[in-house]
Design a protein around this ligand. Structure first.
Ligand SMILES: Nc1ncnc2c1ncn2[C@@H]1O[C@H](COP(=O)(O)OP(=O)(O)OP(=O)(O)O)[C@@H](O)[C@H]1O
Ligand SMILES: O=P(O)(O)OC[C@H]1O[C@](O)(CO)[C@@H](O)[C@@H]1O
Ligand SMILES: [Mg+2]
Length: 460
């Protein structure tokens, strides 16, 4: 173990609880350090404060109730290490062999992250051996890697999807770590969602167990925005923007019919962030249904009663439903209950199709002589299979650079990400456990309800 630095001594005396970040020196001693090549880069003139030190931290929580100060002092503020370049690095650039992999479902910005990793490694740190792993985790042990360079990836950010390709399943820990070792990779950049991060934790532990000079970082990717701790995940804003087109179309269709309902299903396996944000930004939505809240159809306070009222008042209504909403009330057989995708995620029934049919049955039963139309729009893959917008592209670049700086400094088993607007390094174990669900008791959900005036679906 290395001697504690001055900053580490300061930290140990600070009232702020710093989340310990794994470092290669935790299990490897006498690793030589090197001056950061940015020091001699003709395009950089590192000024005071350019390099981040171990005592630079980002507070996890920034909202406090001062009246509850007693409680706050009983639970001291916690913080993460701040992301950014370090003065000394633990890799000699010519000896670096970096591997980059994309796993799980698509998300706008995946190609941008890969491109920026390649350019950042190449231009900032002089790395020349960079490899793309094809088709997710299985690619480590079953396919040849693709050598990457700035020229090859130059245009990648303009395209949706992932040029490296992705897949679900295929996680075989020993095969993956054997392949990493065999190929001589010493930096591993893993881009993926919650499942991928759980895999990254296992890879990190196995590498520590084998005491290898290999740093691993997880770069959080999820269109659903279901990864916890970080402010939001890249591609999420692009997806919300794309969802507007579907909601607008549903609104036009509904408005142009007699008793017209526009129904839009949006992604969100277990969290309703896309549906919630799309609803708030559209303002055309009458009701938003998400997995975090239950709803029911018939009777007082139910969906049908509410929609009938809206149709009587406005002649039309727009309903947005997240794919994971209502899964517990859709009838399903035993086989459907057991169905899983290759990664082990439950396979959902189509809540949109189900709602459409229930709505039609309801209206023809209760109002057989009145016209009624449901137009169901399912833009599922259209909102994620697109290039990232400007904000997400910028975000992807900052994430990629943060990941590189952290790995170069010898941190491992970590995730870079924005926490309260500043980039931090978070232990991947924490990220893999933290889930970002919509808190239906906080102001954001109250805001949705005040915009839609939809029922709370609490039976009285
Ligand atoms: N608990 C786990 N341990 C090890 N590997 C896992 C675990 N869960 C999932 N994986 C692997 O991680 C990869 C991606 O997982 P998954 O398909 O669930 O997508 P994800 O990363 O959650 O992304 P998203 O849900 O946003 O599409 C797959 O190769 C899967 O086998
Ligand atoms: O059809 P695929 O590629 O398995 O992905 C669908 C899932 O991926 C996500 O986009 C991300 O987890 C979910 O919203 C959706 O359920
Ligand atoms: Mg997932």
């Amino acid at each position: 173990m290395a001697e504690p630095t001055t900053e580490e001594m300061i930290l140990s005396l600070s009232p702020v609880k710093l989340h310990k970040l794994p470092h290669l020196t935790d299990y490897l001693s006498r690793l030589p350090t090197h001056t950061n090549p940015l020091q001699h880069n003709p395009f950089y003139h590192p000024s005071d404060g350019f390099y981040i030190t171990p005592s630079d931290v980002i507070l996890r929580q920034i909202v406090y109730d001062l009246a509850a100060s007693g409680a706050a002092s009983a639970h001291p503020a916690s913080a993460y290490h701040r992301a950014g370049p370090r003065r000394h690095i633990l890799f000699e650039p010519s000896s670096i062999r970096a591997a980059i992999v994309t796993c799980g479902g698509l998300c706008p910005g995946m190609n941008t992250v890969v491109r920026e990793l390649v350019l950042g490694l190449w231009d900032l740190y002089g790395v020349r051996q960079i490899f793309g792993i094809k088709a997710g985790y299985r690619g480590f042990y079953s396919m040849d890697p693709i050598p990457l360079n700035p020229k090859l990836v130059d245009h990648w950010h303009k395209n949706g999807g992932t040029v490296l390709e992705t897949s679900r399943g295929g996680f075989h820990l020993q095969n993956i770590v054997d392949a990493i070792q065999h190929r001589g990779y010493n930096q591993v950049y893993i881009i993926g969602g919650d499942g991928t991060m759980r895999g990254a934790v296992e890879i990190f532990h196995e590498i520590c167990k084998r005491k290898l000079h290999i740093a691993v970082t997880g770069i959080p990717k999820t269109v659903d925005n279901d990864v916890g701790i970080i402010d939001r995940s890249f591609g999420f804003q692009t997806a919300v923007e794309m969802a507007q087109q579907a909601i607008s179309a549903a609104h036009v269709e509904a408005e142009s019919a007699v008793n017209g309902i526009g129904l839009v299903k949006l992604m969100g396996r277990s969290t309703g962030h896309i549906a919630l944000h799309a609803t708030l930004s559209s303002r055309d939505v009458d009701c938003c249904l998400i997995p975090e809240t239950e709803f029911y159809l018939e009777g007082k306070g139910g969906l049908f009663e509410f929609l009938e009222q809206r149709l009587r008042e406005n002649g039309h209504a727009v309903l947005v439903v997240a794919e994971g909403a209502g899964q517990d009330i859709i009838p399903r057989n035993e086989a459907q209950k057991q169905e899983r995708d290759e990664s082990g995620n439950p396979v959902f029934l189509d809540v949109g199709q189900w709602l459409k049919s229930e709505l039609k049955n309801w209206w023809s039963r209760d109002h057989p002589s009145e016209l009624f139309t449901v137009k169901y729009i399912d833009p599922t893959y259209m909102i994620r299979a697109v290039p990232a917008n400007a904000t997400d592209n910028l975000y992807c670049t900052l994430l990629a650079h943060s990941a590189i700086h952290g790995v170069m400094a010898g941190y491992t088993g970590f995730v870079p990400g924005p926490v309260n607007g500043n980039y931090a390094y978070i232990p991947v174990e924490e990220v893999a456990k933290a889930k970002n669900e919509v808190n239906t008791r906080d102001h954001q959900w109250a805001w949705v309800r005040s915009v839609t005036n939809q029922p709370d679906f609490m039976r009285t």
